[in-house]
Design a protein around this ligand. Sequence first.
Ligand code: PLP
Length: 364
Amino acid sequence: MPRNIALPHIEGLVSYEPGRPIEEVARELKLRPASIIKLASNENPLGPSPKAVAAMRRALATAHLYPDGGGFYLRQGLAKHLGVGLDNIILGSGSNELIEFLFHAFVAPGDEIVCGDRAFVVYKLCAAMFQARAVEVPFRDHTHDLDAMLAACNGRTKIVFVANPNNPTGTRVDNATLCRFLDRVPNHTIVALDEAYFEFLDNPPDTISYITAKRAPNIIVLRTFSKIVGLAGLRIGYGVTSKEMVALLNKVRQPFNVNSIAQAGALASLADRAHITRTRRLNKQGLAYLSGEFKKMKLEFIPSVGNFICVRVGDGRAVFDALQRRGVIVRPLAGYRMPEWVRVTVGTMPENRRFIRELKIVVK
Ligand SMILES: *Cc1c(COP(=O)(O)O)cnc(C)c1O
């Protein structure tokens, strides 16, 4: 059996627990899939851009050919959109894959990474996979404490991760604090700025300027097509960084890591600004509604700048289970040491109202 030949530290790993798929919950609880709403993975409730869908349909006709491994057209589109060079961009099968590339390229057993204790859990899981030590710096006011994170960096720190906005808390650091941090991280440490929800921000930080001005060759900005443009099922994200870092990360990338359908969809969605505007508007409306309802219900919540929000419900696991039985999938947060909270993704307004209706029944 593979058991006794697997690496011991791999046997000890815990797998990432994703939001539960609708079909799986339907099978398990004998519910009709159409009666279930999934507000568990911060997906776009409007679906993909219709322009992306049309482009992907066209791309299907050449699905027998390997994709352009270099992702030329998409990187060209991104370069133009961001005002960076083509060789400042690397594509990943989701931005999660880029996180893994960073570990492959930089992290050896015994090295350290620094992240927040309530930051996106994938950083910590990757550290365990690579036998590195994850130094988890306590959040302050549900937010990354950048001064403490900087203080936690030492000679062994290979990567410091900042998710801004952060998942699951939905919080951001302010722009001035972020810039001060970026200017002070030592050169031997990579800063991975995870901007999966960047497009939802008002007054976003100008992190790309660190790359264009060559101010910091050790910064990589990670973004994704999974969240605002609604292509989570396609698995595509990108990193923006120095040419040197792109060249290095390309060495650990499999030749055809991003499929051709995803590349076509991503390029088309980049051009569909109207879909992005609609998504932002709907999200703001949903956040205002949910926050207002939580207030009326006297439930504590963490004001969010993402497309999801955390609410304190008592026994998070029990509320998650009860909501699920009623056909609403959210996310329990015990894994983030927030056992009293659940995270809910902002849906369409009918979905948001349904969630609140069921929540009222469940928390009573
Ligand atoms: C969703 C998410 C990602 C990445 O998702 P991909 O689908 O792999 O691009 C990365 N970071 C954070 C903080 C996220 O919430």
